[in-house]
Design a protein around this ligand. Structure first.
Ligand code: HEC
Ligand code: HEC
Ligand code: HEC
Ligand code: HEC
Ligand code: HEC
Length: 240
């Protein structure tokens, strides 16, 4: 057969394939950095709310525990949003004339639930459960980063699949003693004395050498809390 494709054709073909491949790689890399960026996932942008509720004010400055308002978080899939009655335990006494609180007073007096816009929202086909995380030593602020500083509540994590899986594959990197789940200021101990104090405070037993860092503390807790990380990445865990 005659040589239809001359040598230079090959070079051209190779160049275009090479170029096309590069473009594809660039697209994949670029695409994933776009979908992971806060712009795409709308992290950091608080939605409109009927009342400008501040976690910074109520948690950080007044020291109200998360469970005072989100009490179902340890027992059910949902953390829940508190009804106006909860706000009125204080706001029937303080700031009773604040115009900002009018919707709360209306909701309470007319017995009509206040409608808050969702900040975090997973797609329908993803199964999530708060209680299982909270009861196994995953702190609120692993997933709601910086909530204690928020004047208005915004999403701080994309909640993309790779992000959930990142922890499901390596829970020892993030897990903390259960008693620290509601503490937004929790820090991994940096010295031997701090580590010992933390374990003793929560009655956590260890064998042999004291853990030295998060990896070692995490490995100890994963074992003690009976976490089976081999199965945690199965599709059926989150897609049932
Ligand atoms: C005094 C009551 C109160 C306390 C205490 C409180 N919250 Fe909230 N929280 C609310 C209200 C009301 C909303 C709904 C309005 C909003 O999104 O700001 C909310 C919303 C949220 C949301 C977003 C909900 C969504 O739509 O996705 C998260 C996450 C959250 N709270 C976490 C926490 C954590 C973590 C703590 C403890 C550090 C805490 N809250 C303490 C009242 C409270
Ligand atoms: C444990 C008491 C307590 C509870 C419960 C509470 N608050 Fe407050 N709230 C306060 C105090 C104290 C202040 C403000 C004092 C200050 O500014 O120094 C305040 C201030 C506010 C303000 C600002 C008012 C203004 O005019 O600046 C808003 C809005 C507010 N709270 C909303 C809520 C909502 C919504 C809830 C229920 C989800 C709630 N609070 C529950 C104690 C409480
Ligand atoms: C492992 C990650 C993770 C942890 C830990 C976590 N949350 Fe959430 N939270 C989420 C996700 C994901 C959503 C959105 C759920 C949805 O759309 O179904 C959410 C939603 C919420 C909401 C909105 C209402 C609801 O029930 O969906 C509140 C309030 C909330 N979280 C509070 C908390 C508090 C308080 C803690 C700690 C006690 C906490 N969360 C711990 C991931 C987490
Ligand atoms: C920071 C760590 C962490 C993150 C982030 C996280 N998880 Fe988990 N998840 C865990 C741990 C730990 C368990 C408990 C495993 C056990 O009990 O063996 C768990 C358990 C679960 C379970 C229950 C599994 C069962 O056996 O019933 C579901 C469902 C789940 N996670 C969904 C999610 C989804 C969806 C996301 C992302 C939106 C997410 N998780 C993010 C750590 C995490
Ligand atoms: C730890 C929880 C978790 C596990 C395990 C998990 N997924 Fe997901 N998956 C998610 C979340 C969260 C989303 C939603 C992501 C979003 O909205 O960006 C998702 C989205 C998807 C989507 C839709 C993709 C899209 O872009 O809309 C597909 C398809 C999917 N998952 C398949 C799988 C398969 C196949 C497996 C098993 C290999 C798996 N998932 C395991 C949490 C999980």
């Amino acid at each position: 057969m005659a040589q239809v494709f001359k040598r230079y054709h090959n070079t051209v073909a190779r160049a275009t394939i090479g170029g096309g491949l590069l473009a594809l790689i660039a697209l994949i890399l670029g695409g994933s950095s776009i979908t992971r960026s806060p712009w795409w996932t709308r992290a950091g942008e608080p939605p409109d709310q009927p009342v400008p509720f501040s976690h910074k004010h109520h948690y950080e400055e007044l020291g109200i525990d998360c469970r005072y308002c989100h009490w179902s978080v340890t027992k059910s899939a949902q953390a829940g949003i508190p009804p106006a009655e909860v706000c009125m335990t204080c706001h029937s006494q303080i700031w009773t004339n604040s115009p900002l609180l009018q919707p709360i007073r209306d909701s309470y007096q007319k017995d009509q639930p206040l409608v808050w816009n969702k900040v975090n929202d997973l797609p329908e086909f993803v199964y999530f459960d708060h209680s299982i995380h909270v009861n196994k030593g995953i702190g609120c602020n692993e997933c709601h980063v910086g909530i204690e500083k928020m004047q208005l509540t915004a999403k701080s994590q994309p909640f993309a699949m790779w992000w959930c899986l990142n922890c499901h594959r390596n829970p020892e990197k993030y897990i903390r003693p259960k008693g620290e789940v509601f503490n937004m200021y929790y820090q991994v101990p940096r010295t031997e004395a701090e580590m010992r104090a933390l374990l003793e405070k929560h009655g956590i037993q260890w064998e042999g050498r004291l853990p030295r860092n998060q990896e070692e503390l995490g490995a100890l807790l994963v074992k003690q809390y009976n976490i089976h990380k081999e199965q945690l990445s199965d599709c059926s865990v989150c897609h049932r």
